[in-house]
Design a protein around this ligand. Structure first.
Ligand SMILES: C[S@@+](CC[C@H](N)C(=O)[O-])C[C@H]1O[C@@H](n2cnc3c(N)ncnc32)[C@H](O)[C@@H]1O
Length: 228
């Protein structure tokens, strides 16, 4: 994704990445985002994205209950945050973490327009979501893990943000050519992700295979499982 001279998204898309192509991760835009944020937001929020992203199925698979607290990492303008907010209801809370203040500002406007009161935008640091310790029943990352400068270190911080019994769910693009998604060389394979998760003391406890272009893995703390 990420570069201003990466070819524009064509056909069905809305992954926010544009089609496969040349990229200069780390240059031009920031945090792996392209410079033209308006076009980026339009791609992330493109209704055509729903066809392959299947947001309703993903949110249903999270098994959230009303009143729960979710941390969303790299939430951007709110494709997931707004859906999660509906799911946990007014007694629940969504911490919508991002490192890009301009995307959080767009999210804030949307929260105001829609009178959504249970989403807290959080300006994180690149290596730290700045979530309170033991605050989340679930942490969700979609299309975001491959942006993190040090994934396993970040997962360790996320593990601390989990409440007892809490889970981390990560959905990200398979490391192979797909009709949408970031350039293959920027992706993190499922195996690499799982190896990083293990190093962070997390183990996979479930996996959903219904997304064509992405893996979707649920993790729990290894020591929490031993305690049960
Ligand atoms: C491809 S977008 C995905 C947005 C959203 N998760 C979705 O699926 O629509 C990646 C997001 O991750 C954010 N991001 C990049 N590096 C990050 C970091 N170190 N910590 C938190 N968010 C980050 C970007 O600003 C961007 O909003």
């Amino acid at each position: 994704m990420h570069s201003h001279h990466e070819p524009a998204q064509h056909g069905h898309g809305g992954d926010g990445h544009g089609h496969q192509g040349h990229s200069d991760h780390g240059h031009g835009g920031s945090h792996g985002n392209p410079e033209d944020l308006d076009a980026y937001i339009a791609r992330l929020e493109d209704p055509a994205r729903d066809e392959w992203q299947r947001p309703d199925a993903v949110v249903a698979a999270l098994g959230l209950r009303r009143g729960q607290t979710v941390g969303e990492i790299g939430g951007g303008p709110g494709y997931w945050s707004l859906r999660l907010a509906r799911k946990v209801g007014p007694a629940g809370r969504v911490y919508a973490v991002d490192v890009e203040p301009r995307l959080l500002e767009v999210l804030r406007q949307r929260l105001e327009e829609r009178k959504v009161g249970n989403v807290t935008p959080v300006l994180g640091l690149p290596e730290d979501p700045l979530l309170p310790v033991a605050s989340c029943d679930l942490v969700l990352l979609v299309n975001a893990y491959h942006h993190l400068p040090d994934g396993p270190a970040y997962l360790r911080r996320l593990a601390r943000a989990l409440r007892r019994g809490g889970r981390i769910v990560n959905a990200d693009f398979h490391k192979r050519e797909t009709p949408v998604g970031p350039p293959v060389e920027e992706r993190v394979s499922r195996e690499e992700f799982l190896a990083g998760a293990r190093r962070a003391g997390l183990v996979p406890v479930a996996e959903h295979g219904f997304l064509s272009y992405q893996y979707c893995v649920t993790l729990r703390l290894r020591r929490a499982l031993r305690r049960r």
